[in-house]
Design a protein around this ligand. Structure first.
Ligand code: PLP
Length: 365
């Protein structure tokens, strides 16, 4: 069986440096908020072309801490895409704010920027573009729209480490922006446990998030804010520093497979993902096709030895945990949930494996 993602192979490439780093941290006797996280934060900020990066416990926490640090909560509205992983929406509701859903563009699955304006009210505080599947939204348009309306931009960059647009963090020199990254093991830059980061150019926001992740405290036992405990540990920071050096190469390998799929998959029952111009380099966290016969296609791939996955089968507004949104209707997001299928893609995928996926899919009826 061709696995959807072979994490062990992904990490084995770094095995000796990772073991060396783990030994170094054990021997240091210092396991939280030490030298390793300081080094990783500087390296990741630099990689993103931003002034600050703050390591936190997860991608969900990164997003929630940004919302909290901006002071958004009950009575405030935050624009989110209607098709996203649940964590985008959880970050909003964890803070007591209201998610306002916007339909995606069905061709590239990204929030339809043209449809944001009609959702703005006097309570709107921020827009959360999700750079879904590894493709950057039109951040320049979103930032200039936000600036005009006095809104913040909170990027959910959990699937998009290294897209060109996010590597030049401030394309329009707009200050009201922060991005939340996830280093969940399966992400393009993955730790060996949960971890996340906030990236921003806003020094005040960065300082506040540094306190919020650590009980709301800058100085031990003196608490300026009502914070939480969301720290990236020294082991994960050391591992991420090592893997960050290979990220561009890993993304290039994903792009090679994706370009091959885009060229070679030819089947009337399968719609390929659209890649808009000037959307930055896609880093292909996932390669997502659509089919009216999605479930049959998934079974058929399985029968032919290929594992695929669905990202995501139920949109957030239809989840059981949100009965208050279940009555809403977003027909494009709902249709995508019924039609999307993610094919195997990873930096360690071999050409013969990709060729097998193409051969099997092209024979699907
Ligand atoms: C993974 C992910 C998150 C959450 O990150 P965790 O580190 O798992 O908490 C948020 N948003 C999106 C789009 C994700 O894919």
């Amino acid at each position: 069986m061709m696995k959807f993602l072979e994490l062990k192979k992904v990490n084995h490439r770094y095995e000796s440096s990772i073991r060396e780093a783990l030994g170094r941290v054990i021997d240091s006797g210092w396991y939280l908020l030490g030298k390793e996280i300081e080094a990783f934060e500087a390296e990741f900020a630099d990689y993103c072309g931003a002034r600050h990066a703050i390591g936190v416990g997860s991608g969900l926490d990164a997003l929630a801490l940004i919302i909290k640090a901006y002071g958004f909560g009950p009575g405030d509205e935050i624009i989110v895409p209607a098709n996203t992983f649940i964590a985008t929406v959880l970050a909003v509701t964890m803070c007591g704010a209201e998610p306002i859903f916007v339909e995606p563009d069905e061709r590239n699955y990204l929030i339809d920027v043209k449809k944001i304006a009609e959702k703005i009210t006097s309570r709107t505080k921020a827009i959360m573009p999700v750079h879904l599947y590894g493709q950057a939204c039109d951040v320049a348009s979103i930032c200039s729209f936000a600036e005009k309306h006095g809104l913040k931009v909170i990027d959910d960059a959990a699937q998009a480490h290294g897209t060109t647009l996010l590597k030049s963090f401030d394309p329009v020199d707009f200050q009201g922006r922060a991005a939340g990254y996830s280093f969940y093991p399966g992400k393009n830059l993955g730790a060996l446990a949960d971890a996340g980061a906030v990236v921003t150019n806003d020094a005040d926001l960065a300082e506040k998030i540094k306190a919020l992740r650590n009980y709301g405290s800058h100085e031990k036992y003196y608490n300026k804010y009502v914070g939480s405990n969301s720290r990236m540990d020294e082991f994960q920071a050391a591992i991420l520093s090592i893997k960050l050096r290979g990220l561009d190469e890993d993304n290039a390998a994903r792009r090679k497979t994706a370009n091959y799929y885009l060229k070679a998959i030819i089947n009337d029952n399968v719609i390929l993902p659209g890649v808009p111009e000037n959307a930055g380099d896609h880093v292909w966290h996932l390669f997502v096709v659509r089919s009216k016969k999605r479930d049959a296609l998934k079974d058929y791939l399985e029968e032919n030895g290929i594992q695929s996955q669905i990202h995501y089968p139920v949109p957030p507004h239809k989840q059981e945990c949100y009965p208050q949104y279940n009555g809403l209707s977003f027909t494009i997001a709902e249709r995508l949930a019924d039609e999307v299928l993610s094919l195997p893609i990873s930096p360690v995928m071999k050409e013969v494996e990709a060729a097998k996926v193409v051969e099997v899919i092209n024979a699907f009826k």
